[in-house]
Design a protein around this ligand. Structure first.
Ligand SMILES: [Zn+2]
Ligand SMILES: [Zn+2]
Length: 593
């Protein structure tokens, strides 16, 4: 089991750095008021009420002062105090007084988060600074590496997140165990900014989200749609080859259906308001499952029909608050590459082997070779036969081991209706993204009374497995954009080669080459503009087109093209046929190019 962040040295380090920063800020602004300062992912922040806005120069000064405080190597000393003592200690600090009041009433901790039990009030002292704090901290300020901290930015934040409260200044900092870790982190930030799919989506004209259409609803532009089409075509081919049946189902379904499936019970807050037709309520589908179940139930299923694998790229609608919407990553309408597997108990372990192998193969084809698996098992509150839970968990575990996939176990972390495997990938800059889920369901088959007739002529309950492979195709596209920084592998590139005639007299030859390459199913553009060659090359590089084929007098005479890759690498002149073979091989092998 991996160490929890809250229990790690990094967490204590960042919490400690927040105190050191607060001291440095208060020394600079003795009349300043401090609010809260917790560690967060990759760093920490502290909220201040100061007489004037902080400038970048202030941050430099504060950072320099932090290094001195670190050098003083002062111990962090914990002390428990009574509410009265705390009130006396922080009598100049109205935000702390409010927190103390909360602690006293036992409803919030010192970060303002609700708590169940009335906490003891503790303070931490280090050097010249005392904070209301539960800890934990490092032993001394000297344990912070002064070369591994950095103040990042200042942003406005309302006290307790409530816009009726005063606006405070939130100073963000980051702290790491080593200067090298800090350097890595800053590089990742820089890279993430460059790769941001919202920026690249605009620059490469891949997609947009229009206010006129609505938040969280994606418009796929031609080049984005081309990538999607190519990805889906591969996905479809693989499904057909591997025994899946495609199904298509509507976007809306009657209230009764969602009642029966339980979605109106446990999922209603994520669903859109109903549409009324002929005094019937219809809901936009948040999931495809009940429709697939209805297809299963449209006839009598025998053990000979199983396993059944229904796949659909089903567009679903889920209500997400506007505050959490984020480019393609978090949207309100998206297409799930969904599948449902129905099988007899005796087939179940092999079916899990199959679906895991299949998922890994597809993820790897898209260039994700660092895949992490997570196995979630039975929670305390669960529905379904415990024996089936045990068999399902055993099958999931056995499959992971057979696939030699290291996995993390989340004991008791499964959904109430079944255990699951999640597959997450690491992208090019080391960020983890969840893509696939292989999820047992012991709830829906009961609710819909699904059966199959076994060899003995009796009806039995089949196993049902939900499988999303790429997850949401919108989100997957966002991840793909960021992973490749917009430079899609050759097989997915909207345009694979651009032919660049040097002068007008080369245009006819360029068109001939284009026709020949298109004939071989390569996607080719001719840049016929009268711009200079270098400008055209720069433009093609910006569009992240894998190959640039320059043609001039010599190429025309020899029936050749002069090849550059988008990386700037020059491959020199090749016969058109030779280039064709090279490009087709890159497509076939799905190289990043
Ligand atoms: Zn603290
Ligand atoms: Zn499902």
């Amino acid at each position: 089991m991996e160490e929890k962040y809250e229990e790690s040295k990094l967490y204590r380090l960042r919490h400690s750095a927040a105190h050191v920063m607060a001291q440095a800020v208060l020394e600079k602004f003795p009349e300043g008021k401090v609010a809260i300062g917790p560690p967060i992912e990759d760093g920490f922040y502290y909220d201040f009420d100061l007489p004037r806005p902080l400038t970048p120069e202030d941050l430099n000064e504060i950072e320099a002062r932090m290094r001195e405080i670190i050098k003083s190597n002062s111990p962090f000393i914990r002390q428990e105090v009574s509410a009265e003592e705390a009130q006396e200690l922080f009598k100049e600090q109205p935000y702390k007084l409010e927190l103390i009041e909360g602690l006293e009433q036992g409803d919030v901790d010192e970060h303002g988060n609700p708590v169940d039990e009335k906490p003891v009030i503790s303070i931490y002292k280090s050097d010249q600074f005392v904070d209301l704090c539960r800890g934990p901290h490092l032993q001394t300020t000297g344990e912070i590496n002064p070369k591994a901290i950095k103040l990042m930015s200042v942003a406005g934040a309302y006290w307790r997140g409530d816009e009726k409260n005063p606006m405070l200044q939130r100073v963000y900092g980051t702290a790491w165990l080593t200067p090298d870790d800090l350097k890595q982190y800053l590089w990742r930030l820089e890279e993430a900014k460059k790769r941001d799919h919202r920026k690249l989506g605009r620059d490469l004209d891949l997609y947009s989200i229009s206010d006129n259409v609505g938040s969280g609803l994606v418009l796929w532009h031609p080049d984005g749609a081309k990538v999607r089409f190519l990805a889906e075509r591969y996905w479809e081919d693989q499904h057909i080859k591997n025994g899946y049946d495609f199904v298509y189902t509507p976007h809306i379904g009657k209230a009764d259906l969602w009642e029966k499936s339980g979605h109106l019970g446990f999922y209603a807050e994520n669903m859109y308001a109903p549409i009324e037709i002929e005094e019937q309520k219809y809901y936009l589908k948040p999931m495809n499952c009940p429709f697939h179940i209805e297809i299963y139930k449209s006839g009598i299923r025998s053990y000979r029909d199983l396993p059944l694998r229904y796949a659909e790229k089903g567009t679903v609608y889920r209500y997400e608050r506007s505050g959490v919407l984020h480019g393609l990553m978090r949207v309100r309408g998206f297409t799930q590459d969904d599948a449902h597997h129905f099988c007899a108990p005796s087939q179940m372990p092999a079916e899990i082997d199959f679906v895991l192998d299949f998922s890994l193969k597809i993820l790897r084809a898209f260039g994700f070779d660092q895949i992490n698996a997570y196995l979630s098992t039975r929670p305390e509150k669960a529905v379904g036969d415990p024996e089936r839970w045990r068999d399902a968990e055993a099958a999931l575990k056995a499959s992971l081991e057979r696939a030699e996939l290291p996995y993390k176990l989340d004991e008791g972390g499964g959904a109430f209706y079944g255990p699951k495997i999640d597959l997450k990938i690491n992208d090019a800059i080391g960020r983890e993204w969840q893509l696939s889920t292989i999820q047992f369901d012991f709830n829906e088959p009961d609710r819909f009374d699904m059966t199959f007739i076994d060899e003995d002529g009796q009806a039995y309950r089949p196993y049902m497995i939900h499988r999303a492979l790429l997850g949401s195709i919108e989100r997957f596209f966002g991840i793909l954009i960021e992973h490749y920084g917009g430079a899609f592998p050759v097989w997915l590139s909207p345009v694979q080669a651009v032919i660049i005639p040097i002068a007008d007299r080369h245009v006819d030859f360029a068109r001939k080459v284009a026709a020949e390459l298109s004939e071989a199913d390569l996607r080719v553009d001719v840049d016929e503009r009268s711009d200079r060659m270098n400008a055209k090359i720069r433009d093609a590089e910006k569009r992240k087109i894998p190959y640039m084929l320059v043609v001039g007098d010599r190429e025309m005479e020899q029936g050749q093209v002069d090849i550059r890759r988008r990386s700037g690498e020059r491959l020199g002149a090749l016969k058109v046929d030779e280039f064709k073979a090279l490009a087709l091989k890159d497509v076939e092998e799905k190289v990043a190019g």
